[in-house]
Every structure is written in C-alpha cells, then in structure tokens.
Design a protein around this ligand. Structure first.
Ligand SMILES: [Zn+2]
Length: 133
C-alpha cells in the first residue's frame, strides 16, 4: 500500500483509503510529499479553518514588536485563523529591525472572527436591556 497516502495541503493531515478531500478542511488532498511550495501562511497551518483563509489580507491588529505580534498570531491560530506578520512601514527605522512594530494581517474572511478573538477584554454590552415596548 505504499504511496497510497494522501495528504492535506492545508492542515497537513494524512488521509487513507478512498478519501479525496480532507475531512478537516475539505481541501483536495495531494499525494504525500507532493506538496507544492507552501504559502507563508502555511508554515504554521495546522488548525486553520478554510473559511477563514479566503480573501485578500487585511490588517486586524498592530503590535509594538515581533514577540507581541507572534502572541497575537497565536491567539488567532487558536481560533483557526491564519495570519501573517508584517513590519509596520511607519516604523521602518534601520536600527529597529528587531524591535520594530508589526502589523498582523489576516484573510478578509477571517477578519471578523479575528477582531472578536482579539477583544478579550471587551466589556460585555448591557444585556439586561429590559423589555421592549
Ligand atoms: Zn486539512
């Protein structure tokens, strides 16, 4: 049965048998080892939800440094949202290559979920609004 394994190009899951699509994300499976050059997003794409990985990248957050940006990216990934980090252009100071600010970008389809995932300290809106007339 060698060479009978199919691998998901999105989450890396290996499927056996007659499955042609990943049962996790529905991506068409490819033969193991036949992956094409991965997109940067896929470096840590293990739990990404495909519905959050469509559309052009939009900025959903900014961080003062790479570590903070990666922390945010981790929060997003926990929600299944892929993200990319990009140095903020406005902080393009040569001596601040390591410490410069970062923008956190996500696909447009994941932007809404991303902003919800990042508002962890949002005060809950008044839910005791009383009865409507
Ligand atoms: Zn998959």
């Amino acid at each position: 049965m060698a060479g009978d394994e199919l691998q998901c190009p999105s989450c890396g899951g290996v499927q056996r048998g007659q499955e042609r699509f990943c049962e996790q994300c529905g991506m068409p499976l490819v033969l193991g080892g036949a992956r094409e050059e991965p997109l940067p997003i896929e470096r840590h794409a293990r739990r990404i939800k495909p519905q959050y990985s469509e559309g052009p990248l939009v900025k959903v957050a900014s961080a003062p440094n790479q570590a903070q940006a990666e922390f945010i990216a981790g929060l997003l990934l926990a929600e299944g949202i892929p993200s990319m980090l990009r140095r903020s252009a406005s902080f393009d100071v040569p001596e601040a290559l390591v410490g410069g600010a970062r923008d956190v970008l996500v696909p447009r389809s994941g932007a809404q979920a991303a902003s919800e995932a990042l508002t962890w300290e949002r005060p809950s809106p008044a839910d005791g609004g009383g009865e409507d007339p």
